[in-house]
Design a protein around this ligand. Structure first.
Ligand code: AKG
Length: 309
């Protein structure tokens, strides 16, 4: 298909609108670790939580690595380390799958890669990765958005053929700002009002404004979901897979308990990104991999613990 065809225009008008999704939700014939019920649930809701996909022993390693990453990045002033608005607390660290160490191995672990391949019906690569820290008391919200809307407009991702894999590194409760999702929202595309400012990412990673849906569209999506908003709570080691166009967001963390999740965004190698549909210059590699987009060779499931022994 012509890479220039814009199947999902957004930020092109002063009014928002809602269109039907044009891509399949599950791109494979079903071969892989997920069973039929799990596939149906992902297809229907736009997300799937796998409880305790990683063991307590692996979670312990993840937590140690998380703390190391936090410390290493605390005094860094680089574009890929995002601070909370108005404080020096770390909000996100990007590109963690290129750390030549633990997170690189985690990103290739077959427990998650095989699921991504099953959902996307092809080999996959990582288009973006990050840890979102959301520290106790200070972690701020992420406003409602569809990731695909940004990846399409700002990065030139043509099709909805990507899945985010969020590994829960600290227990996610109702009260420490877990991810919230609108079930079924992935079947609709909210074409957002307004335009994209130049170098939008410099502010949007702290607080997104361009590409956020209007209240009416959000109310419509929630109504379609029978008034339901779901939240991805669960113990550390659980993994949420959510479709690229699922509407999601999260509240600030007013509790004393940090809420840290690592995100790997798997994209199909058949859906590599092109020119941004906004007509603007591409965002940096740390947000959208153009050079590092070779298909992942999955590593055995037990390689995390084995590597440390
Ligand atoms: C994002 O980084 O796009 C998110 O939506 C993350 C929200 C969160 O970490 O609560």
């Amino acid at each position: 298909m012509d890479m220039n065809i814009d199947l999902y225009p957004s930020r092109v008008s002063s009014a928002a609108s809602i269109k039907e999704r044009k891509d399949p939700i599950i791109h494979s014939n079903g071969e892989g670790p997920l069973n039929q019920l799990e596939l149906q649930s992902y297809e229907e809701n736009g997300y799937l939580m796998k409880e305790k996909l990683f063991t307590d022993e692996e979670v312990k390693l993840m937590t140690e690595e998380l703390e190391k990453t936090m410390k290493d990045n605390q005094s860094k002033d680089t574009a890929d380390v995002i601070k909370e608005p108005g404080s020096n607390e770390i909000r996100s660290v990007f590109e963690i799958h290129k750390d030549s160490g633990f997170f690189e191995m985690l990103a290739k672990n077959e427990r998650i890669v095989k699921i991504a391949e099953q959902l996307l019906g092809s080999q996959v690569y990582i288009n973006q990765s990050r840890i979102n820290f959301k520290p106790g008391f200070k972690g701020k919200e992420f406003y409602w958005h569809s990731d695909f809307e940004t990846w399409h407009v700002e990065d030139g991702m043509q099709h909805m053929r990507a899945v985010s894999c969020s590994i829960i590194l600290t227990d996610n409760y109702e009260f420490n700002g877990p991810l919230m999702l609108i079930p079924g929202s992935h079947k609709w595309y909210v074409s957002c009002a307004g335009a994209t400012p130049d170098d939008n990412f410099k502010s949007s990673l702290q607080k997104q404004e361009a590409g956020t849906p209007d209240n009416e569209s959000l109310s419509w999506l929630t109504e379609k979901a029978g008034g339901r908003i779901d939240r991805a709570t669960g113990p550390a080691g659980s993994v949420l897979f959510f479709e690229s166009n699922t509407m999601h967001g999260s509240n600030g963390n007013l509790s004393p308990y940090p809420r840290s999740n690592v995100f790997f965004v798997f994209n199909s190698i058949k859906n590599k990104i092109g020119k941004p549909y906004s007509g603007q210059k591409p965002r940096p590699e740390f947000l959208a991999n153009r050079d590092n987009n070779k298909a992942i060779e999955a590593v055995p499931s037990n390689s995390l613990v084995g590597k440390q022994e």
